[in-house]
Design a protein around this ligand. Sequence first.
Ligand SMILES: N[C@@H](Cc1c[nH]c[nH+]1)C(=O)O
Length: 411
Amino acid sequence: MVHQPPSGARDLLPLDVAQKISIERRLQQVFHRWGYHRIITSTLERLETLMAGGAIDRSTLIQLQDAEDGELGLRPELTASIARAAAMRMAGTRWQPFRLYYNANVFRKGPDTGSGGQQEFYQAGVELLGAGGTVADAEVLLLLSECLQSLEIDEWHLVLGEAGLTARLLEPFPPNVRQKVRGAIANLDRITLETLPLSTELRERALLLFDLRGRPEEVLPIVAKLDLDLSQQSALNNLKSAIELLHQCQSKIPHLKSHIHLDLSLIQTFDYYTGIVFEVVSSSKTGQRVLGQGGRYDQLLGLFDPQGQNSPGIGFCLNIEDLHQVLLTEGQLPSQTPASDWLVVAQTPEASAAAFAYARKLRDSTHLVRVEIDLESRETEEAAREYARDRRIAQIAWVNAEGLPTIETVN
Ligand SMILES: N[C@@H](Cc1c[nH]c[nH+]1)C(=O)O
């Protein structure tokens, strides 16, 4: 019988893992430097948690049935789980805001989950909970650019939108066509907008919304000319302030590069966003790729809080597989797993215990020393040398029964 993994499942072999860890380590260092602490939440959640606030469509969830807990699902993302954990377990603690980061696998099914029907993905991201306003928005966006900088990804831009403003600009459309207008704008489908059954006024509005993307200095004046009510005006002002602060920071932090594209038709997969939303898009040799996404969600924590008390939140995640692809084509990831530093060979069967003892001594160092024991009883010493050369092992320690080593440099 051949044991296949389930469709969409993927095993990561040691080189894949070494490459993945090299990405995650660099991100983790940035998260730590900004004062974020790691949170680990459950892979399994109740369906109602995963779908809270209309976060995700049930059809994209991998579901399980449990006799005691009812309907469960594998998490498709972490924001809802972290909001649940923070609202239920950390509420009332005095150290708000919470700066949390994660590095975890997520599961999604459906045609839009990427190549090869993949269902399991890895994400690293942050959630800044309990802080609203422009400075918190800017912190998260600057942290995001520092992550990309730490990975030495140069060719990328930030697509910035405002979920609240976009939703309100879509309000005049009758509910039965609103979703279609929204979808056509998000999918750059001008033809649908031109053929949908809309009044002349609404069609003009739809086409205007369609064009609300480009450089901030081009788009913002057009939006400002729209007939905006107070809440739309305040959403627009938030967006402007965030962009201004980002520009100011960039002029003070020279290595911080990010090209901002404003896109008021940017609509994210998850429905809990209430403020700025963004995507990081790479434009490297491999074509355009969404490397990460996020946004502000100021109504989500209240859904989980036992008293229904609301608290603002903002965060992003980086998609490890997409980063991996980009960095791989740019030759920026390890091409081999690390070699051992030492091969310890027992010269006779009686020397085995002495060889283990000597290997232990070598490993006992403040820096990492990789030591492997030769497990073969080889015919000749040359066979052991050959093994070491093949595996890029730097040195051999030949150990005799008295525990005395003879050191030989091979590579
Ligand atoms: N959880 C979102 C990203 C995000 C983090 N925080 C806010 N948004 C996603 O998987 O797309």
